[in-house]
Design a protein around this ligand. Structure first.
Ligand code: HXC
Length: 260
């Protein structure tokens, strides 16, 4: 498969996807979305692939936002008629049931911050900077920024970021709960790939269900979530991997997973 705006490689059971428009700070054009949808669909469809990492090329940016030059002259009627930005949710987030990590290597602004928040978790370089500066352009987040940021860091910081358009550095992002780990810049990709390899080596059905369970926490009441969690746990007890996992523990050996 060849792509215009991203690079894709596999390392064992891990797919590494790199946004590759460094001259535009990896701004997210419609072509980037099209390429990402194709790459994530291929990752999802390949049974040998178990976890993905998404990062940005160059040292400066993960992605500096949706492509402003593409949006500048676009009429409002077209944004509406195309349901602009909708594909990110339906074709990328919802269609990707396997786990993936965002490795944020620099600016993650506007759509870049929103794309990072679509990942299951974010590992950030010490150089990372997060922000929702859309207000300065006369607009507002359109790819989930107001919703996912508020869920990740709470109302106070989400309002602060969206209303002032200021950037948050990696340390503040970690304190606020936006990112799971901050690492020295040079360690970012090795650390993210190591985390992805760890996940890729887990029992595959359990990995899918753990992801589904945590995501459910943002969609439902506590009671309904607890019930769904118990049912998913109970379903997992019927798998061969559960029998193998528990036997391997008792026999003090590593488990060998079937994905069944
Ligand atoms: C298109 C972009 C871009 C973007 C940067 N570039 N961000 N092109 N869309 N979002 C381009 C610049 O035009 C420039 O190209 C090149 O990348 C390098 O950027 P510079 O600005 O020269 O770099 P620097 O001075 O270091 O500043 C870095 C920066 C700044 C602080 C990140 O680029 C910046 O503020 N970018 C915009 C951030 C932003 O507002 N993001 C939100 C977008 S809106 P040339 O060819 O000129 O050299 C969004 C959702 C909108 O994401 C939803 C509403 C519908």
């Amino acid at each position: 498969m060849s792509y215009e705006t991203i690079l894709v490689e596999t390392q064992g059971a891990v797919t590494l996807i790199t946004l590759n428009r460094p001259q535009a700070l990896n701004a997210l054009s419609s072509q980037v979305l099209a390429d990402l949808i194709t790459a994530f669909a291929a990752f999802q469809a390949d049974p040998a692939q178990r976890c993905a990492v998404l990062t940005g090329s160059g040292d400066k940016a993960f992605a500096a936002g949706a492509d402003i030059k593409e949006m500048a002259d676009k009429p409002a009627a077209e944004f509406y008629a195309e349901d602009f930005f909708e594909g990110w949710t339906s074709k990328l987030v919802k269609a990707t049931r396997k786990p993936w990590i965002a490795a944020v290597n620099g600016f993650a602004l506007g759509g870049g911050c929103e794309l990072a928040m679509m990942a299951d978790f974010i590992i950030a370089s010490e150089n990372a900077k997060f922000g929702q500066p859309e207000i300065k352009l006369g607009v507002a987040p359109g790819m989930g920024g107001s919703q996912r940021l508020a869920r990740a860091v709470g109302k106070a910081k989400a309002m602060d970021m969206c209303l002032t358009g200021r950037m948050m550095d990696a340390a503040e992002a970690e304190r606020g709960g936006l990112v799971s780990r901050v690492v020295p810049h040079a360690d970012l990709l090795p650390e993210a790939l190591k985390a992805a390899q760890t996940i890729a080596a887990m029992p595959p059905l359990a990995a899918l269900m753990n992801k589904e369970m945590v995501n459910l926490a943002f969609e439902t009441t506590l009671d309904q979530g607890l019930l769904a969690e118990r049912r998913m746990f109970q379903v997992l007890t019927a798998t061969q991997d559960k029998a193998e996992g528990m036997a391997a523990f008792v026999e003090k050996r590593a488990g060998v997973w079937q994905g069944r």
